[in-house]
Design a protein around this ligand. Structure first.
Ligand code: SAM
Length: 266
């Protein structure tokens, strides 16, 4: 069992999990996060609908994987618990589903109890780690997940925090290398080529207020597609959030600047 550390009381930098929490309408953030979130959303008014559409995509993708027989999930860049966390969606479809959550922000750790309330037939665990520490994540996840069986690897709105110079494509490939055939990658990522000026300005505002290791980089369709290299990308491909297998009541909105995809490892 993990220790539940408390975050620093008055941080000077905005942090991704807390800024995202502001946009989702949560209460777990500080003034520096609120200011970054509000100024960025003013520069790019699609941010709030995008983060909601991102959570909805996460739910549709997990339901799709559960229907395809996936019973294990590795969710890296979990975020502060919100409605419909991965294990809740997965266990509604498959009560025996096991989920390992990973995040590097102490505030997520301080909320981890909510993520550890698994249904009685399934299991959840929380790992405090940085996505750049691939081996540490895989070793810790192996306590809960059976790597001889397929896993749904969730990299949902996290890879933008890893710079090109840190090679997020290689990190993704090394994570996937350890997963069994039949595993899936679920991915979403801010777009550099949809409403580009607004995205660039909102990222500039956020990056000015974030620590260097948590600064964000939007990426183009081709750069996001490269994360799926060697995998079979499911229809409809790398698309904006509301275009990925929408529910009948969903309204498409191609102005939301995030790419997403689900891809299968053969
Ligand atoms: C934008 S939130 C996304 C939350 C959730 N995946 C979702 O889509 O609703 C990004 C999360 O990734 C975490 N994160 C950012 N960089 C990370 C890193 N290098 N390693 C682990 N987690 C990271 C942040 O702390 C934050 O909780």
């Amino acid at each position: 069992m993990n220790d539940f550390a408390q975050p620093t009381p008055h941080p000077t930098n905005a942090h991704p999990a807390r800024v995202y929490n502001v946009w989702l309408g949560g209460k777990d953030h500080y003034q520096v996060d609120q200011e970054a979130a509000e100024l960025a959303a003013r520069a790019n008014p699609t941010i709030v609908p995008s983060v909601r559409a991102n959570r909805a995509f996460l739910g549709r993708a997990v339901r799709h994987l559960a229907a395809a027989g996936i019973r294990q999930f590795l969710d890296i860049g979990t975020g502060i618990p919100a409605a419909d966390n991965t294990h809740e969606v997965a266990q509604r479809a498959a009560p025996e589903a096991r989920v390992v959550y990973v995040d590097n922000d102490p505030i997520v750790l301080s909320h981890a109890r909510a993520l550890l309330v698994s249904g009685p037939d399934g299991q959840t665990d929380y790992v405090q780690a940085d996505a750049r520490d691939v081996d540490a994540i895989l070793d810790a996840a192996a306590r809960t997940l059976d790597f001889d069986q397929p896993v749904g690897l969730m990299l949902v709105a996290i890879l933008q925090y890893i710079k090109d110079s840190e090679d997020p494509w290689d990190i993704t490939r090394r994570l996937l290398d350890r997963l069994a055939p039949g595993s899936y990658l679920v991915l979403s990522h801010p777009a550099a080529d949809v409403t580009a000026p607004e995205v660039a300005e909102s990222m500039r505002i956020y990056n000015e207020r974030a620590a260097s290791h948590a600064s964000a980089t939007p990426r183009t369709h081709d750069e996001v597609e490269r994360f799926c290299e060697g995998l079979e990308i499911l229809e409809p491909g790398v698309v904006t959030l509301t275009r990925w297998r929408p529910e009948p009541a969903d309204t498409p909105d191609d102005t939301l600047p995030m790419w997403c995809a689900v891809a299968r490892k053969d």
